[in-house]
Design a binder for this molecule. Structure first.
Ligand code: ATP
Ligand code: LTN
Length: 326
């Protein structure tokens, strides 16, 4: 039997090249070797207020992005989190297993609650438990994510171990899959911060559906470090980030990337980088247009049915062990 992978993204904002290089690209590469589940996590999205109409539209748009990236619905399961109510149910069980201190230590919670004091939403606090529920329901072996999700994965493993210890062997202990390159693409405007969908400055991110002109403008405006050389160098985070993007979109070995820009300066490099990104996104953007809404709705419906079969069995097993009949 094939091992399982599970991953997801939130249908908020616009997916950017960081989401693609850090996560989606690996989902596509791994899907054939695993039994794969890719979820649109709309229940995570409502941890902050969302406009209902926008959320509905973004949910469908994210499914379109999964498909355009190359996730093959005849092989992998694509579904919307709220279509499988077991996700919210197991999250409640995990609320009863997890400890305050564990959740308070999550750096994402610390970042997102900064300055909010007592007014920080409870959903933000328990967010990692819904994520753990997503993963554990499918007895997932591998979770391909970006670097920012590593701590949530560690918590998921701890909770699974605790449940197995207290109630008997139930969950698989999942491993993270974090790519060696591309797991943390930084903002184009601030290379010490990750590229983010929720960034107020849209110039910080290249969105997957950006047109060629916006890509050229954003790369032109991207901050650079002092100096002139286009080289991989951790101590020069801005150019290191841009060159990493170049490397990933062209698929060239790092030495070849550096050799191309030896003695050429930032201006030339930026022009080449913008064109490489545009070329890279072109087939993706064309594919994104090729799916009809009705077709996507059908894929999600059949995905939810397949996901529910497995999720309901796991939840029953959990409830049985805890003395709850289903
Ligand atoms: P935000 O950008 O608003 O912080 P997010 O990280 O919550 O959004 P999701 O859509 O939920 O975004 O994330 C989808 C996947 O993309 C996750 O696996 C996440 O680790 C990965 N990811 C997000 N940002 C980056 C980045 N800058 N570089 C690499 N991977 C990323
Ligand atoms: N928290 C993740 C999204 C997410 C996820 C998951 C990723 C929700 N559930 C399960 C992997 C597995 C994020 O990227 N913000």
């Amino acid at each position: 039997m094939k091992k399982r992978i599970f991953s997801g993204a939130q249908p908020t904002g616009n997916l950017h090249i960081g989401n693609y290089l850090g996560a989606l690209k690996n989902w596509v590469a791994l899907q054939k070797d695993y039994e794969s589940f890719f979820c649109i996590v709309n229940l995570h999205a409502i941890t902050v207020p969302q406009n209902p109409e926008v959320l509905r539209r973004k949910t469908l748009e994210l499914a379109r992005i999964y498909l355009a990236s190359g996730i093959d619905p005849t092989h992998s399961v694509i579904f919307v989190q709220s279509d499988v109510p077991e996700h919210a149910e197991l999250a409640w069980v995990l609320c009863c297993i997890a400890r305050m201190g564990e959740l308070e230590r999550m750096t994402q919670f610390k970042d997102k609650s900064k300055g909010k004091g007592e007014n920080v939403g409870t959903g933000i606090f328990v967010y990692p438990l819904l994520m753990a529920s997503d993963i554990l329901l499918y007895k997932t072996h591998l979770v391909p994510v970006g670097q920012d999700q590593k701590q949530h994965l560690e918590l998921t493993r701890d909770l699974a171990e605790r449940f197995n210890r207290d109630y008997g062997e139930t969950f698989v202990i999942p491993e993270p899959y974090i790519p060696p390159v591309g797991s943390k693409i930084q903002s184009l405007q601030n290379p010490t911060k990750k590229m983010s969908k929720s960034d107020e400055d849209a110039n910080g991110a290249i969105f997957l559906l950006d047109d060629a002109d916006s890509i050229r403008k954003k790369i032109k405006k991207a901050v650079t470090d002092s100096g002139m050389e286009v080289k991989f160098d951790e101590s020069r985070p801005a150019i290191n980030n841009l060159l990493t993007i170049y490397r990933l979109v062209t698929n060239l070995p790092p030495e070849e990337c550096e050799a191309r820009f030896a003695g050429k300066g930032y201006g030339y490099f930026k022009t080449e980088l913008a064109e490489a990104i545009i070329e890279f996104l072109k087939p993706f953007q064309q594919r994104a247009k090729s799916f009809k809404d009705e077709e996507i709705v059908e894929i999600l419906k059949s995905g939810a049915e397949k996901a529910r079969e497995i999720a309901s069995q796991t939840l029953k097993e959990v409830y049985d062990k805890m003395g709850i009949n289903r």
